[in-house]
Design a protein around this ligand. Structure first.
Ligand code: HAM
Length: 420
């Protein structure tokens, strides 16, 4: 047996988990401040949901899905993203009949079979939000500002917001014809994938990663120049709202995103210093997706952000700022005959909500102090002959090294005071 995690996956060891807790806490608090509630959907779904939702000519669906048959021969897929699952849940639970917009957020693992590199994994984690039931561009601005506020709260400032509109099905069809006409003469320079999809879905050629495809289509027409009046109005209202709220962005004519469901607003946030995979998050509107998946004609908008990329960006920040003391107090037993007594005290401390621990491996008194230090204890309670005889405990402050004596009957109160 090979004792190694599968390629493109990793363990978050207990020594690192505080970073995850820190970003997850910031994310959840911010999402709730903005009025979003958590939704949890299954890790796997019927394969068809992603084929239909994300689009079968996208890289995600055609190359990157973890698809398998279950014992009843159903085709299931580990979710490569969570928008399609939220749409499925929205329809399945008839949420459209309730109060709209429905504003949801999620945090969890996603799975894509891609070539692993820094910032790209096969199991990775996304935080995402989805809002159903309003086409108001102010909601687009809210979603963008939620993403940016999380970055700011985490201490990240060097980000770039890229914004575009990819239009609605009407203007997209006019644009599609133009694009097919433009790409036609360079067709034989395209990779096999692009050749297969250029007529069916030429927008996918625009975000192909193969350099020769990008060279072949250089100078392609921009969708922005084909937007219909309604789409232009939506986009300009969004830009005005961002301007009014001092949110900087770059209008990016080349931004089309790699998933098929987008309509109107499309955006990405990049942090250039994290390397080639600099897109920390991205999203946009998907006004036709609920209907395409068999639900009512309800608009939607959302984004997702990669937590691993967020952690990469935070690597340069000082760990100490978000490192908590792991333990409030350590119980050091200086005389073996008080072992049984120490278990009782430990139980009382924990019942009072105090993070407490003790040694289980027969360490000497000195070794217990070192161990307490390694565990990050703020204080140590010393339990020895003298203490027991006098019905007191000695409480040692591990930072200042000061020691005080505490009456045994007031131990919990004294520790709580000590921890303030
Ligand atoms: P996406 O652009 O495919 O969009 O992914 C969003 C974010 O997930 C990326 O910006 C990146 O940070 C992270 N990510 C994607 N793939 C990987 C990977 N292999 N390894 C590490 N991180 C990765 C979506 O998934 C859409 N569902 C976003 C959305 C929500 N649009 C509307 N609502």
């Amino acid at each position: 047996m090979q004792a190694k995690a599968p390629r493109g996956t990793f363990d978050v060891m207990p020594g690192e988990i505080f970073k995850w807790h820190h970003i997850e806490k910031t994310i959840k608090e911010t999402a709730e401040i903005f009025g979003y509630s958590e939704i949890r959907t299954p890790i796997f779904e019927h394969t068809e949901l992603f084929e239909r939702g994300v689009g079968d000519t996208t890289d995600i669906v055609s190359k990157e899905m973890y698809t398998f048959k279950d014992r009843s021969n159903r085709s299931l897929t580990l979710r490569p993203e969570n928008t399609a699952s939220c749409v499925r849940a929205f329809i399945e639970h008839s949420v459209a009949g309730g109060i709209l917009p429905a504003k949801w957020y999620y945090l969890g693992p996603m799975f894509r079979y891609d070539r692993p590199q820094a910032g790209r994994y096969r199991q990775f984690h996304q935080f995402g939000v989805e809002a159903f039931g309003s086409n108001n561009p102010q909601l687009d601005a809210e979603i963008i500002s939620l993403l940016l506020q999380i970055l700011t709260k985490l201490g990240l400032q060097d980000y770039e917001l890229h914004l575009n509109s990819v239009g609605c099905p009407q203007c997209r069809e006019v644009y599609r014809k133009q694009l097919v006409g433009y790409i036609g003469p360079f067709k034989d320079q395209l990779c096999a994938d692009c050749l297969a999809r250029y007529e069916k879905n030429p927008l996918r050629v625009l975000d192909c990663k193969v350099p020769s495809c990008q060279e072949a289509i250089a100078g392609f027409p921009y969708i922005y120049d084909y937007l219909c009046a309604d789409c232009l109005e939506h986009y300009s209202k969004l830009r005005n709202t961002l301007d009014d709220n001092q949110i900087d962005y770059v209008h990016d004519n080349q931004l089309v995103r790699g998933l098929d469901y987008y309509t109107n607003t499309a955006f990405e946030v990049h942090i250039p210093q994290i390397g080639a995979q600099s897109a920390i998050g991205g999203g946009g509107r998907y006004n036709g997706l609920v209907k395409a998946c068999g639900g009512p004609n309800i608009p939607g908008i959302g984004f997702a952000m990669g937590l691993e990329r967020l952690l990469l960006a935070l690597e340069s920040l000082d760990d100490q700022q978000y490192k908590d003391h792991k333990l409030d107090v350590f119980l050091a037993v200086m005389d073996g005959k008080y072992e049984a007594q120490s278990v009782k005290i430990l139980t009382q401390l924990r019942q009072a909500g105090i993070k407490a621990d003790k040694d289980y491996n027969g360490r000497s008194g000195k070794a217990q102090m070192k161990y307490a230090d390694k565990l990050g204890a703020r204080g140590v309670i010393l339990l020895g002959e003298d203490e027991m005889r006098r019905n007191i405990y000695t409480l040692r402050n591990m930072d200042s090294k000061e020691q005080i004596e505490v009456p045994a009957d007031h131990l919990i109160d004294a520790i709580k005071k000590f921890l303030i």
